[in-house]
Design a protein around this ligand. Structure first.
Ligand code: NDP
Ligand code: 8X3
Length: 252
């Protein structure tokens, strides 16, 4: 039987690139996301290569997540790698100027959604045991503060700590957990964050060399295929052209 990967947020960016990367290595794919037409197009692209199962799924809906996992067809039930990738940032302005609903959407997706999928798949992953892997997509924003990160960065700090805490509980099961924390990467992320401002998104990525979705997919695949005795607790990846900056000081 081929290895099976369950990907959340497979309709775009890292998740979509990961679908291609794991397919290239012969893995069966469970591809999820809210946009069914994109899932169908991806299935069309990849099903000649590997078995593909798609589910239109909003990770915020715990009942739907449980149902999707319970209804996995034969050949897709032995999930060996979970890529908890679905997520988003909203409200790039300073905290005091944001809409509280955007904060809730980030928490519901990046925290509750990730927890929902993890909880639903833990029994399967534990059953698979040695070599089973959870890759939680965190962010540099979960470690390093910057203006406008407010709830987004805090949600990714949750991802980091949840990953570490899961490691403690899963000790002895063979299941690995990694907080994969990328820096700036060119995907639809900024388009979503800015509410569809293509000019702002283009401006962020032009004139520098951001990470690509394929760069991160490669790291996901690497983490998932490490020898089973190795666990990367946290992998922080930035482009060479990104680094920290000086502390901000409020002068008179
Ligand atoms: P994209 O916007 O390109 O992709 C985000 C994916 O998340 C989409 O497939 C989207 O699918 C899915 N998604 C969003 N909300 C939900 C939901 N409620 N239920 C199910 N799926 C959802 O961005 P990226 O590929 O860049 O982002 C992937 C992850 O990487 C996110 O967790 C993000 O926070 C993180 N990240 C991104 C960085 C970057 O610079 N790009 C850097 C560090 C971390 P759909 O809309 O179809 O549901
Ligand atoms: C996304 C990376 O630098 O915009 O998680 O926070 S950053």
């Amino acid at each position: 039987m081929t290895d099976c990967v369950f990907i959340t947020g497979a309709t775009s960016g890292f998740g979509r690139a990961a679908a291609h990367r794991f397919a290239a290595a012969g893995w069966s794919l469970v591809l999820t996301g809210r946009r069914l037409e994109r899932l169908e197009a991806l299935k069309e692209e990849l099903q000649g290569q590997v078995p593909v199962h798609i589910v239109a799924l909003d990770v915020r809906d715990s009942d739907a997540v449980d149902a999707a996992v319970a209804a996995l067809p034969e050949g897709f039930t032995r999930v060996r790698t979970l890529l908890n990738n679905a997520g988003l940032a909203l409200a790039p302005q300073l905290a005091q100027y944001t809409d509280r609903r955007d904060w809730h959407t980030m928490i519901d997706t990046n925290v509750t959604g990730l927890v929902n999928v993890t909880h639903a798949l833990l029994p399967t992953l534990i059953d698979v045991g040695e070599g089973a892997t959870i890759v939680n997509v965190g962010s540099i924003a979960g470690q390093w503060p910057y203006p406008g990160s407010h709830v987004y960065g805090a949600s990714k700090a949750f991802v980091k700590q949840f990953s570490y805490n899961l490691r403690c509980d899963l000790l002895g099961t063979g299941v690995r957990v990694t907080d994969l924390a990328p820096g700036i990467a060119e995907t639809e992320f900024t388009l979503v964050r800015t509410g569809g401002d293509q000019v702002a998104a283009d401006a962020l990525y032009s004139g520098t060399t951001a990470l690509t979705a394929e760069d991160i997919a490669e790291q996901m695949f690497y983490i998932a295929t490490l020898p089973p005795h190795i666990n990367f607790n946290r992998l922080e990846v930035m482009p060479t052209r990104q680094a920290w900056s000086a502390f901000a000081i409020d002068y008179d």
